[in-house]
Design a protein around this ligand. Structure first.
Ligand SMILES: Cc1cc2nc3c(=O)[nH]c(=O)nc-3n(C[C@H](O)[C@H](O)[C@H](O)COP(=O)(O)OP(=O)(O)OC[C@H]3O[C@@H](n4cnc5c(N)ncnc54)[C@H](O)[C@@H]3O)c2cc1C
Ligand code: FES
Length: 301
Protein backbone atom coordinates (compact mmCIF):
# COMPACT_ATOMS: atom_id res chain seq x y z
CA UNK A 1 0.00 0.00 0.00
CA UNK A 2 2.52 2.53 -1.24
CA UNK A 3 -0.09 5.31 -1.44
CA UNK A 4 -1.10 4.87 2.21
CA UNK A 5 2.45 4.91 3.52
CA UNK A 6 3.22 8.04 1.49
CA UNK A 7 0.10 9.67 2.95
CA UNK A 8 1.00 8.70 6.51
CA UNK A 9 4.52 10.04 6.04
CA UNK A 10 3.01 13.31 4.95
CA UNK A 11 0.61 13.42 7.94
CA UNK A 12 3.46 12.83 10.42
CA UNK A 13 5.52 15.55 8.82
CA UNK A 14 2.63 17.99 8.73
CA UNK A 15 1.45 17.26 12.24
CA UNK A 16 4.93 17.48 13.76
CA UNK A 17 5.40 20.82 12.02
CA UNK A 18 2.03 22.13 13.22
CA UNK A 19 2.62 20.96 16.80
CA UNK A 20 6.22 22.07 17.14
CA UNK A 21 6.25 25.10 14.81
CA UNK A 22 9.84 26.16 14.16
CA UNK A 23 11.25 24.27 17.13
CA UNK A 24 13.15 21.02 16.96
CA UNK A 25 12.44 19.06 20.12
CA UNK A 26 15.49 16.84 20.15
CA UNK A 27 16.37 16.95 23.88
CA UNK A 28 20.08 17.26 23.17
CA UNK A 29 22.48 17.61 26.12
CA UNK A 30 24.04 21.05 25.66
CA UNK A 31 26.22 21.09 28.78
CA UNK A 32 27.17 18.67 31.54
CA UNK A 33 28.98 19.31 34.80
CA UNK A 34 29.77 16.92 37.63
CA UNK A 35 28.69 18.62 40.86
CA UNK A 36 29.86 15.84 43.16
CA UNK A 37 30.33 12.08 42.73
CA UNK A 38 27.35 10.60 40.82
CA UNK A 39 25.52 13.94 40.63
CA UNK A 40 25.39 15.97 37.43
CA UNK A 41 24.01 19.31 36.29
CA UNK A 42 22.73 19.18 32.71
CA UNK A 43 21.46 21.76 30.26
CA UNK A 44 19.01 20.07 27.91
CA UNK A 45 17.53 21.51 24.74
CA UNK A 46 13.72 21.57 25.16
CA UNK A 47 12.38 24.86 23.73
CA UNK A 48 8.67 24.21 24.29
CA UNK A 49 9.15 23.20 27.92
CA UNK A 50 11.56 26.11 28.52
CA UNK A 51 8.93 28.48 27.17
CA UNK A 52 6.25 27.41 29.66
CA UNK A 53 7.90 25.94 32.77
CA UNK A 54 7.21 27.61 36.14
CA UNK A 55 8.92 27.27 39.53
CA UNK A 56 7.97 24.00 41.23
CA UNK A 57 6.98 22.12 38.08
CA UNK A 58 8.85 19.05 36.91
CA UNK A 59 9.55 16.89 33.86
CA UNK A 60 9.66 13.16 33.12
CA UNK A 61 12.54 11.86 31.03
CA UNK A 62 13.25 8.59 29.27
CA UNK A 63 17.01 8.52 28.70
CA UNK A 64 17.01 5.72 26.08
CA UNK A 65 14.36 3.92 24.04
CA UNK A 66 14.11 1.00 26.48
CA UNK A 67 14.61 2.98 29.69
CA UNK A 68 12.02 3.57 32.39
CA UNK A 69 10.60 7.06 32.73
CA UNK A 70 11.79 9.07 35.74
CA UNK A 71 10.57 12.40 37.15
CA UNK A 72 13.07 15.23 37.67
CA UNK A 73 12.76 18.75 39.06
CA UNK A 74 13.93 21.77 37.13
CA UNK A 75 16.60 24.00 38.63
CA UNK A 76 16.62 26.61 35.86
CA UNK A 77 15.76 27.44 32.26
CA UNK A 78 16.44 29.90 29.48
CA UNK A 79 13.30 30.72 27.53
CA UNK A 80 15.16 32.55 24.73
CA UNK A 81 17.81 29.90 24.18
CA UNK A 82 15.31 27.07 24.64
CA UNK A 83 16.97 24.94 27.30
CA UNK A 84 16.12 23.61 30.75
CA UNK A 85 18.53 22.80 33.60
CA UNK A 86 18.31 19.66 35.70
CA UNK A 87 20.30 17.94 38.43
CA UNK A 88 20.43 14.15 38.35
CA UNK A 89 21.67 11.96 41.19
CA UNK A 90 22.56 8.55 39.83
CA UNK A 91 20.92 6.40 42.50
CA UNK A 92 19.64 3.54 40.35
CA UNK A 93 19.52 2.15 36.84
CA UNK A 94 17.60 4.86 34.97
CA UNK A 95 19.20 7.86 36.65
CA UNK A 96 22.55 6.25 35.90
CA UNK A 97 21.61 5.82 32.23
CA UNK A 98 20.74 9.52 32.17
CA UNK A 99 24.02 10.50 33.83
CA UNK A 100 26.01 8.48 31.30
CA UNK A 101 24.81 10.74 28.48
CA UNK A 102 27.43 13.17 27.22
CA UNK A 103 27.24 16.58 25.58
CA UNK A 104 25.82 16.22 22.06
CA UNK A 105 23.87 13.04 22.92
CA UNK A 106 20.09 13.10 23.36
CA UNK A 107 17.43 11.86 25.73
CA UNK A 108 14.83 9.70 24.00
CA UNK A 109 12.02 11.91 25.27
CA UNK A 110 11.18 14.56 27.82
CA UNK A 111 7.63 15.35 28.94
CA UNK A 112 6.62 18.54 30.70
CA UNK A 113 6.02 20.90 32.29
CA UNK A 114 4.13 18.69 34.77
CA UNK A 115 2.54 19.46 38.13
CA UNK A 116 1.50 22.74 39.68
CA UNK A 117 3.52 25.87 40.24
CA UNK A 118 4.97 26.40 43.75
CA UNK A 119 2.95 28.55 46.11
CA UNK A 120 4.23 32.14 45.86
CA UNK A 121 2.75 35.21 47.59
CA UNK A 122 3.90 38.14 49.72
CA UNK A 123 4.39 36.95 53.32
CA UNK A 124 4.58 38.88 56.59
CA UNK A 125 7.81 37.25 57.65
CA UNK A 126 10.81 35.45 56.20
CA UNK A 127 10.57 32.57 53.73
CA UNK A 128 12.99 29.74 54.45
CA UNK A 129 13.80 27.44 51.53
CA UNK A 130 15.53 24.21 52.47
CA UNK A 131 17.25 21.90 50.00
CA UNK A 132 18.93 18.55 50.44
CA UNK A 133 20.53 16.58 47.58
CA UNK A 134 18.94 17.46 44.22
CA UNK A 135 16.45 19.59 46.21
CA UNK A 136 19.10 22.31 46.55
CA UNK A 137 18.68 22.94 42.82
CA UNK A 138 14.92 22.48 42.87
CA UNK A 139 14.36 25.31 45.41
CA UNK A 140 16.21 27.87 43.26
CA UNK A 141 13.34 28.90 40.89
CA UNK A 142 10.89 29.26 43.81
CA UNK A 143 13.44 31.27 45.84
CA UNK A 144 13.81 33.62 42.86
CA UNK A 145 10.01 34.03 42.53
CA UNK A 146 9.53 34.65 46.26
CA UNK A 147 12.28 37.26 46.26
CA UNK A 148 10.91 39.07 43.22
CA UNK A 149 7.52 39.14 44.99
CA UNK A 150 9.14 41.24 47.73
CA UNK A 151 9.88 38.56 50.33
CA UNK A 152 12.96 38.12 52.47
CA UNK A 153 14.29 34.73 51.40
CA UNK A 154 16.69 32.61 53.43
CA UNK A 155 18.18 29.55 51.72
CA UNK A 156 19.34 26.56 53.75
CA UNK A 157 21.36 23.79 52.19
CA UNK A 158 22.76 20.70 53.77
CA UNK A 159 24.91 17.73 52.88
CA UNK A 160 26.83 14.96 54.61
CA UNK A 161 30.15 16.71 53.92
CA UNK A 162 31.80 19.56 51.99
CA UNK A 163 32.35 17.43 48.86
CA UNK A 164 28.61 16.73 48.57
CA UNK A 165 27.46 20.36 48.83
CA UNK A 166 26.00 21.52 45.53
CA UNK A 167 24.59 24.72 43.97
CA UNK A 168 25.75 26.99 46.83
CA UNK A 169 26.67 29.97 44.61
CA UNK A 170 23.52 29.64 42.48
CA UNK A 171 21.32 29.58 45.60
CA UNK A 172 23.15 32.56 47.11
CA UNK A 173 22.32 34.60 43.98
CA UNK A 174 18.55 34.27 44.50
CA UNK A 175 18.39 34.56 48.32
CA UNK A 176 18.94 37.39 50.79
CA UNK A 177 21.10 35.08 52.86
CA UNK A 178 22.00 31.40 52.96
CA UNK A 179 22.99 28.97 55.69
CA UNK A 180 25.10 25.89 55.00
CA UNK A 181 25.18 22.79 57.18
CA UNK A 182 27.25 19.63 56.92
CA UNK A 183 26.88 16.56 59.12
CA UNK A 184 30.64 16.45 59.79
CA UNK A 185 31.22 20.22 60.03
CA UNK A 186 33.59 20.26 57.02
CA UNK A 187 31.70 23.31 55.65
CA UNK A 188 29.24 25.76 57.22
CA UNK A 189 27.76 24.77 60.58
CA UNK A 190 28.06 21.21 61.85
CA UNK A 191 24.69 19.49 61.96
CA UNK A 192 21.54 19.11 59.90
CA UNK A 193 19.36 21.57 58.01
CA UNK A 194 16.87 21.26 60.88
CA UNK A 195 19.45 22.82 63.25
CA UNK A 196 19.75 25.79 60.87
CA UNK A 197 15.95 26.07 60.68
CA UNK A 198 15.68 26.03 64.50
CA UNK A 199 18.30 28.78 64.69
CA UNK A 200 16.37 30.91 62.17
CA UNK A 201 13.03 30.31 63.97
CA UNK A 202 14.66 31.32 67.29
CA UNK A 203 15.82 34.69 65.90
CA UNK A 204 13.39 35.71 63.13
CA UNK A 205 9.70 35.68 62.30
CA UNK A 206 9.31 32.87 59.80
CA UNK A 207 6.10 32.88 57.74
CA UNK A 208 6.77 30.14 55.24
CA UNK A 209 9.06 27.15 54.74
CA UNK A 210 9.57 25.06 51.59
CA UNK A 211 11.61 21.86 51.92
CA UNK A 212 12.74 19.67 49.01
CA UNK A 213 14.91 16.63 49.55
CA UNK A 214 14.88 13.24 51.26
CA UNK A 215 11.58 12.26 52.91
CA UNK A 216 12.99 12.12 56.50
CA UNK A 217 14.22 15.72 56.06
CA UNK A 218 10.84 16.95 54.78
CA UNK A 219 9.06 15.09 57.59
CA UNK A 220 11.36 16.62 60.24
CA UNK A 221 10.82 20.15 58.84
CA UNK A 222 7.04 19.60 58.83
CA UNK A 223 7.08 18.41 62.45
CA UNK A 224 9.22 21.36 63.57
CA UNK A 225 6.91 23.97 62.05
CA UNK A 226 3.57 22.37 63.04
CA UNK A 227 1.39 24.52 65.33
CA UNK A 228 3.66 27.57 64.93
CA UNK A 229 1.73 29.76 62.47
CA UNK A 230 4.26 28.87 59.75
CA UNK A 231 3.14 27.64 56.32
CA UNK A 232 5.09 24.52 55.44
CA UNK A 233 5.37 23.20 51.88
CA UNK A 234 7.12 20.00 50.85
CA UNK A 235 7.70 18.69 47.31
CA UNK A 236 6.78 15.01 47.36
CA UNK A 237 9.00 12.56 45.48
CA UNK A 238 6.40 9.79 45.22
CA UNK A 239 6.96 7.06 42.63
CA UNK A 240 5.57 8.32 39.34
CA UNK A 241 4.80 6.62 36.05
CA UNK A 242 2.71 8.73 33.65
CA UNK A 243 2.94 12.03 35.54
CA UNK A 244 -0.50 13.19 34.43
CA UNK A 245 -2.87 11.86 37.11
CA UNK A 246 -3.97 8.83 35.09
CA UNK A 247 -2.17 5.79 36.58
CA UNK A 248 -2.47 6.37 40.33
CA UNK A 249 1.14 5.31 41.04
CA UNK A 250 1.98 8.53 42.85
CA UNK A 251 -0.97 8.58 45.23
CA UNK A 252 -0.31 10.16 48.60
CA UNK A 253 -2.56 10.89 51.58
CA UNK A 254 -2.86 14.57 52.49
CA UNK A 255 -5.28 15.66 55.24
CA UNK A 256 -6.92 12.23 54.97
CA UNK A 257 -7.63 12.60 51.25
CA UNK A 258 -6.01 10.73 48.38
CA UNK A 259 -4.07 13.06 46.09
CA UNK A 260 -1.87 12.44 43.07
CA UNK A 261 1.55 13.99 43.63
CA UNK A 262 2.07 14.51 39.90
CA UNK A 263 -1.20 16.33 39.30
CA UNK A 264 -2.25 17.96 42.60
CA UNK A 265 1.38 18.60 43.61
CA UNK A 266 4.26 17.99 43.78
CA UNK A 267 4.08 20.66 46.55
CA UNK A 268 1.74 19.93 49.48
CA UNK A 269 1.14 21.27 52.97
CA UNK A 270 3.71 19.27 54.96
CA UNK A 271 1.60 19.43 58.13
CA UNK A 272 -1.04 17.23 56.48
CA UNK A 273 1.10 14.69 54.59
CA UNK A 274 1.07 11.04 55.68
CA UNK A 275 4.86 10.56 55.53
CA UNK A 276 4.77 6.98 56.88
CA UNK A 277 2.64 5.89 53.94
CA UNK A 278 4.88 7.79 51.49
CA UNK A 279 7.97 6.07 52.91
CA UNK A 280 6.35 2.61 52.59
CA UNK A 281 5.19 3.26 49.02
CA UNK A 282 8.65 4.50 47.97
CA UNK A 283 10.12 1.13 48.98
CA UNK A 284 7.52 -0.93 47.07
CA UNK A 285 9.80 -1.85 44.17
CA UNK A 286 13.11 -1.99 46.04
CA UNK A 287 13.80 -5.64 45.18
CA UNK A 288 13.09 -5.08 41.46
CA UNK A 289 15.17 -1.88 41.47
CA UNK A 290 18.13 -3.77 42.94
CA UNK A 291 17.79 -6.52 40.33
CA UNK A 292 17.60 -3.93 37.51
CA UNK A 293 20.76 -2.25 38.77
CA UNK A 294 22.57 -5.60 39.11
CA UNK A 295 21.65 -6.56 35.53
CA UNK A 296 22.75 -3.14 34.28
CA UNK A 297 26.14 -3.46 35.99
CA UNK A 298 26.67 -7.05 34.84
CA UNK A 299 25.57 -6.76 31.23
CA UNK A 300 25.75 -3.04 30.70
CA UNK A 301 22.09 -2.95 29.64
C1 LIG B 1 8.53 15.30 41.40
C2 LIG B 1 9.86 14.60 41.51
C3 LIG B 1 11.01 15.32 41.26
C4 LIG B 1 12.26 14.70 41.33
N1 LIG B 1 13.34 15.43 41.04
C5 LIG B 1 14.55 14.84 40.99
C6 LIG B 1 15.70 15.58 40.58
O1 LIG B 1 15.62 16.77 40.24
N2 LIG B 1 16.89 14.93 40.56
C7 LIG B 1 17.01 13.61 40.91
O2 LIG B 1 18.14 13.08 40.86
N3 LIG B 1 15.95 12.89 41.32
C8 LIG B 1 14.72 13.46 41.35
N4 LIG B 1 13.62 12.73 41.73
C9 LIG B 1 13.81 11.32 42.10
C10 LIG B 1 14.02 10.47 40.86
O3 LIG B 1 12.86 10.45 40.07
C11 LIG B 1 14.41 9.04 41.27
O4 LIG B 1 15.66 9.10 41.89
C12 LIG B 1 14.51 8.14 40.07
O5 LIG B 1 13.22 7.88 39.57
C13 LIG B 1 15.20 6.87 40.44
O6 LIG B 1 15.12 5.94 39.36
P1 LIG B 1 16.29 4.89 39.11
O7 LIG B 1 15.82 3.90 38.09
O8 LIG B 1 17.56 5.58 38.81
O9 LIG B 1 16.49 4.21 40.50
P2 LIG B 1 15.71 3.00 41.15
O10 LIG B 1 16.71 2.05 41.65
O11 LIG B 1 14.63 2.52 40.24
O12 LIG B 1 15.01 3.73 42.37
C14 LIG B 1 15.72 4.32 43.44
C15 LIG B 1 14.70 5.07 44.30
O13 LIG B 1 14.17 6.15 43.54
C16 LIG B 1 12.77 6.27 43.70
N5 LIG B 1 12.11 6.03 42.39
C17 LIG B 1 12.28 4.98 41.55
N6 LIG B 1 11.52 5.10 40.46
C18 LIG B 1 10.83 6.25 40.62
C19 LIG B 1 9.87 6.94 39.82
N7 LIG B 1 9.43 6.47 38.66
N8 LIG B 1 9.36 8.10 40.32
C20 LIG B 1 9.81 8.62 41.47
N9 LIG B 1 10.72 8.03 42.26
C21 LIG B 1 11.22 6.85 41.84
C22 LIG B 1 12.36 5.21 44.70
O14 LIG B 1 12.29 5.79 45.99
C23 LIG B 1 13.45 4.20 44.64
O15 LIG B 1 13.59 3.49 45.82
C24 LIG B 1 12.35 13.32 41.69
C25 LIG B 1 11.19 12.59 41.97
C26 LIG B 1 9.96 13.22 41.88
C27 LIG B 1 8.70 12.46 42.13
S1 FES C 1 2.23 9.34 38.14
FE1 FES C 1 0.41 8.43 37.44
S2 FES C 1 -1.12 9.43 38.59
FE2 FES C 1 0.71 10.45 39.13
Amino acid sequence: MAGESEASKHICKTSSKSIYGDYMQDYKILAKKELCPWTYHLKVSAPLIAKKILAGQFIIIRPNKHSERIPLSICGWNRDEGYIEIIIMACGRTSREACEKNVGEKFEDVVGPLGKRSHVQKYNGSCVLIGGGYGTGAIIPTARDLKSTGNKVIGVLGARNKELLIMEDELREVCDEIMVTTNDGSAGTEGFVTHALQNIMDHKTVAMVLAIGPVPMMMAVSNMTRGKDIECWVSLNAIMVDGTGMCGACRVSVAGETKFACFHGPDFNGHHVDFDELTKRQKMFMEKEQLAMKAFKEKGK
